[in-house]
Structure formats: structure tokens, C-alpha cells
Design a protein around this ligand. Structure first.
Ligand code: PAF
Length: 258
């Protein structure tokens, strides 16, 4: 497995790939089974799989959240090697932002809602870094998890709006055995919070009305950011202590939660 830490070396590597098809999974590290399921798909489908690990500061609106973002690089590299990844790209801020974030991608509609309404500039940061990574890596297909449903939707829209030559694959949310959606942030939950955290999924899957779900979430100590419908998905974001958890479920009938 090649480990590349700068753009010049990555460009050299990319030139040696020739016509081989490339699958790409951008990540911020602290890899879990959700990431690994996307990687597995790419390794099965493509001749080469490239993974990036870059904790992108421009998508954090909260310095504490950025500072506390888990970093498990050695462990991540072991997992990637075992998963059959061909190349890991580990750029620094200077490599990704030679312009010091003077240029950015802004989507003017969906980005301001749901997570965007609570995390100022979050999706500008996500879309900008994803576009930069696509331009560097030049993948044929990129893989994203459905857990971040709004992010996935915006990335699909950006690719379409800018005629970007990359296919987007959506991977189903991978859950712990108690239903909690896998997330790097779960590592920051205390033992007590970890016991309560699966309630988030249980409550949004309960078939109750949105108002009933809100009161159940409050009863279990969640501080709700939002619980709303986007397309045919019910999206939730809520704090448990200092950890912000998000999740979503597909709903077949809107009456189910109205
Ligand atoms: O979902 C993530 O881990 C990040 O938002 C992404 C897509 C890697 C961009 O930094």
C-alpha cells in the first residue's frame, strides 16, 4: 500500500495509473466498519482503490469539535492495508488549501437547511474539499455513506451541476448491533452516553409522530438540533452531552410520521 503525503508525489503516482479504473473513498480517519464497507465495495468493483484521510478544518464550525476529532492514524493504516487499499493520500492543510480557503464552493439552497442551519459554513467546507480531492485523485467512482444523507445529496448535486466526471456510490448506513449508526464521533461518547445513544435510531424508527419522537428524545436527554424530512428520509441531529449524533431512515409513507 502506497502512502503519499503531498500533491507532487500523488500526481506522479496518478500518472503511473494509466487507464486503470479508480475507486475513491474520502475520509477524515478514525475508520470504522461503515468506511470499511465502502472500501470493500470499491476493492471489489475497481482495479485500484484510493483512500484519503484529511480532517478538513473548513467544515468545522466549532474549534472544540475539530480539536477533539479522533485521530487513530496507525490503526487506520493497518485497517486500510488489510482491506486491500492500493494508495492512501494524507495531505496537509497547506497542500489542500494553497489559497488559504480564499476560493470555496457554495450551494445556495439545501446547504442552509438541516445540518447547514446549525453548522455555519459546514457544507461550503465539505463541498470545497470534496471537489479539490476529486480534482487531485481523478476517481472514476467515489463512495459516500448514506448516514450523512444531506452531504451525499449535496455531493451528487455538485457533481451534476459542475459536469464532474465521477460517479457517486451511496453505501447503506452500517450500524452497531444495538442500532447506533457507526460514526467516528461515537468514540467521544462516555460509557453512559454510549448506552443511551442507540435510542436515537430506535426513536426515529418507532413509527411515532414527529412531535412524539421529539418528546421521547428529550426524555432520554438528547438536545435536538432538528428532526425533519428531506425527500423520503427522516433526518435527525441531536447532541448527547458534547457529542453531536446524526442519523436518518427512509420512510415509505410520509403519513407515517406526520
Ligand atoms: O464524511 C466525511 O468524512 C467528510 O465530510 C468528507 C466527505 C471526507 C469530507 O471531508
Amino acid at each position: 500500500m502506497k502512502i503519499i503525503r503531498n500533491i507532487a508525489e500523488f500526481n506522479q503516482y496518478r500518472n503511473t495509473i494509466g487507464k486503470q479504473q479508480v475507486g475513491f473513498i474520502p475520509t477524515m480517519g478514525a475508520l470504522h466498519a461503515g468506511h470499511l464497507s465502502l472500501i470493500e465495495k470499491s476493492v471489489d468493483d475497481y482495479q485500484l482503490t484510493i483512500v484519503s484521510i484529511f480532517v478538513n478544518p473548513t467544515q468545522f464550525d466549532n474549534k472544540n469539535d475539530l480539536d477533539n476529532y479522533p485521530n487513530h492514524l496507525d490503526d487506520d493504516l493497518d485497517k486500510l492495508k488489510s482491506a486491500g487499499v492500493d494508495c492512501v493520500f494524507l495531505p496537509s492543510f497547506e497542500h489542500i488549501y494553497p489559497d488559504e480557503y480564499s476560493f470555496s464552493i457554495t450551494e445556495k439552497n439545501l446547504s442552509g437547511k438541516y445540518c447547514g442551519a446549525h453548522r455555519d459554513g459546514h457544507f461550503d467546507g465539505v463541498l470545497t474539499v470534496v471537489m479539490k480531492l476529486f480534482n487531485i485523485v481523478k476517481p472514476h467512482k467515489a463512495y459516500f455513506g448514506e448516514k450523512d444523507y444531506q452531504q451525499l445529496t449535496l455531493i451528487k448535486q455538485m457533481v451534476e451541476a459542475f459536469f464532474m466526471p465521477v460517479a457517486i456510490n451511496a453505501g447503506v448506513t452500517i450500524r452497531e448491533s444495538d442500532g447506533l449508526a457507526m460514526s467516528s464521533r461515537n468514540l467521544n461518547l462516555t460509557a453512559i452516553e454510549r448506552k443511551t445513544a442507540p435510542k436515537l435510531y430506535q426513536i426515529i424508527s418507532s413509527g411515532l409522530t414527529i412531535e412524539q419522537m421529539k418528546s421521547q428524545l428529550a426524555n432520554h436527554g438528547f438536545k435536538l438540533d432538528y428532526l425533519e424530512i428531506l425527500d423520503n428520509h427522516l433526518l435527525v441531529a441531536a447532541y448527547l452531552g458534547s457529542v453531536r449524533l446524526i442519523d436518518n431512515i427512509k420512510i415509505n409513507k410520509l403519513e407515517q410520521v406526520a
